[in-house]
Design a binder for this molecule. Structure first.
Ligand code: NDP
Length: 254
């Protein structure tokens, strides 16, 4: 057994029906985990499930609206009941509203904060008793370059992504005694539906990202398979409260 083996482990990935979430779900499944992809869009989920199953994964879709606390608890309890355990939670669901701060409505603010931050807290709370009972677990929060850098057009997004890293650290110190490791991944600029919209809305974004990224390309969802396996497996048992950039060098470029 390698330290990266995930056989007999059960993973729950919010927003695992597309983009980076699906990239991580594929990695976890390839390492042996049973993977539950959770989200709202069933059409996307069917395509994602077909891809996972074609690769030999044991995978399932569960409907989840992270804006509803009850939905987070239901979906996670349903996963644990169906598969007998829950070992890995990936808090990946996310959204953005791109406007100057003075133009944002209260609804814009709450949508982004609740989707990106509050949901991760509720899902973590829902996962905790199952992980504690199993003798440990792994929680992976998805941050952003905007966990560190500012954005004039994405104040709620940057606020939520800064806070989700602090939340990972707080849960890490609270639950270390339960053998639950909580870490964050900070993606650079990745080619997904989310950034397709950003590139349409923010002039010059595509080229600015390329110019600043030492790897000279946008990231792909598949770039997240390996880091997800690392943070979900015994390989990271002494890693907790960390934030790992997966950004082609974007954050260390002067
Ligand atoms: P996508 O838009 O492809 O994925 C976002 C996912 O979040 C979707 O699968 C969506 O599922 C899910 N989601 C959104 N709202 C809800 C909700 N209310 N309930 C349940 N699921 C929801 O974008 P990415 O893959 O790029 O984003 C994934 C994560 O990575 C996000 O947290 C994002 O902020 C982060 N990130 C992305 C970067 C990038 O460059 N792409 C950079 C840094 C961070 P559904 O369609 O079913 O609603």
């Amino acid at each position: 057994m390698t330290p990266f083996d995930l056989q007999k482990r059960v993973a729950f990935v919010t927003g695992g029906n597309g983009g980076i979430g699906l990239g991580m779900a594929k990695g976890l499944a390839a390492a042996g985990a049973t993977v539950v992809i959770a989200g709202r869009n069933k059409t996307k989920a069917q395509t994602a499930l077909a891809e996972l199953k074609a690769a030999g994964a044991q995978a399932e879709f569960i409907e989840l609206d992270v804006l509803q606390e009850a939905s987070c608890h239901q979906a996670i309890d349903q996963t644990a009941a169906k598969f007998g355990r829950l070992d890995i939670l990936v808090n990946n669901a996310g959204t953005s509203v791109r406007k100057q701060p003075q133009d944002l409505t209260a609804a814009d603010w709450h949508l982004v904060m609740n989707t990106n931050l509050t949901s991760a807290f509720f899902c973590s709370q829902a996962a905790y008793p199952h992980m504690k009972r199993a003798g440990g677990g792994k929680i992976i929060n998805i941050g952003s370059m905007m966990s560190t850098f500012a954005s004039s057009y994405a104040a709620p997004y940057a606020s939520s992504k800064g806070a989700i890293v602090q939340m990972a650290k707080s849960l890490a110190v609270a639950w270390a005694k339960d053998n639950i490791q909580v870490n964050a991944i900070l993606p650079g600029w990745i080619d997904t539906e989310l950034t397709k919209k950003a590139r349409e809305q923010v002039e010059g974004l595509h080229d600015r990202v390329l110019a600043r990224t030492p790897a000279q390309r946008w990231g792909e969802p598949a770039d997240f398979a390996g880091v997800a396996v690392f943070l979900a497996s015994a390989a990271s048992d002494f890693v907790t409260g960390a934030a790992i950039a997966v950004d082609g060098g974007y954050s260390v470029q002067a």
